[in-house]
Design a binder for this molecule. Sequence first.
Ligand code: LLP
Length: 423
Amino acid sequence: MDYFHYRNRELFCEDVPVATLAAQYGTPLWIYSKRTLLHHLTQIQQAFAAVDPVICYSVKANSNLGILKVMQAAGSSFDVVSGGELYRVKQAGADTSNVVFAGVGKTDDEIRFALENHILMFDVESEAELDAIAAVAGSMNVVAPVALRLNPDIDAKTHSKTTTGKKGNKFGMDIERATQLADKVLADKRLDLRGIHMHLGSPILTTDPYAAAIVKAVDVVKSFRAKGHDTRWINLGGGFGINYRQQEALPASAYAEVIVPHILASGCKLALEPGRFIVGNSGILVSQVIYTKREGGKLFVIQDAAMNDLIRPAMYDAFHRVWPVHTPIDPPTDFEAVVPGCEPTDVVGPVCESSDYFAKDRYLPPMHRGDLVCTFSAGAYGMAMSSNYNSRPKAVEILVDGSTHHVIRKRETYADLVAHELT
Ligand code: LLP
């Protein structure tokens, strides 16, 4: 469900024609739909309402201040993985007391910054990190709130580069070590053990991994409580899948069904860290065709957006729906199918790498120089992972709200590219 749709074969974001924004701001450009953002946050809030969870929007998915402000105003909290992300959350005017801080390599400076801002808890990923947090907290004369991040050894069946909860991944610690560390935390006045954390991978399109994880989480909580500790929090991370291809994603209520009963029975507070589920289908990337060419028996559409803007196809073989903004035929429901009137097409960018493509052998209508092309479901890990590779300025970002819109990040200029360089 999102608010990007074709009216008379022309693409709109909410009530704004995408072509109007492209004419005003140029291409490539990112367009986000506020209504879609709020819809997905509300879905999670309602699905889990019975346990009144703390929903920590995962800043890494899209960290633009304009997006963070929408989340904050709608009652979301935040999951951060760096001092930079915590800074952004503060800049967005958010209350930091419900912020959770994950990541395998927190530095002392980042730990200090988080303690100064009274975050809800650190998701601690190793004994060495626990020692560092205790030392920094001791030097500041404060008590650090911690949750132990478990590696539950559950296969979430995601791309190998986005699996985090399997033995052998760099994240978290196994359950035996967490049990030993719980004793250490309890004995240390500088630390307060708030609970446990897990994040299984991303994107996850079934509920099975969560069903397995919550059982393990509750068992660990019980074992901590048996030691006399009052463990209050279970943080199940993010990872809920979205519709990249068709309607393959589960509603938030499906995840809630397997999680909520266990939370209620355990008497714990629930934290969640959804990123992609909220922002993924809330954003598109719009480009313009520069050239078309036929070579080696293939048709190439060369557009002005590239892997430096959206790296997901190159990095994870990710599938994104691609379709013209003005379409001569109704877009198909199945973008992987043979579409009558269309021809297999490779949509590629100008960057000097063969992996710079958005779509391969995709059935697309005829396209010509100057045509606008939309890449859908690009709101998560799109701009957030973009770079200046090939000295390409980063694109402009626009937030649409009904029939209005505003710029939430200006297009970079050539001067911006060299602004930090010294000769
Ligand atoms: N919490 C933790 C501890 C995480 O590591 C992540 C994502 C999330 C929450 C949010 O996951 P989400 O709800 O957005 O699935 N760049 C990859 C995804 C990497 C995810 C990293 N961690 C991609 O483009 O698919």
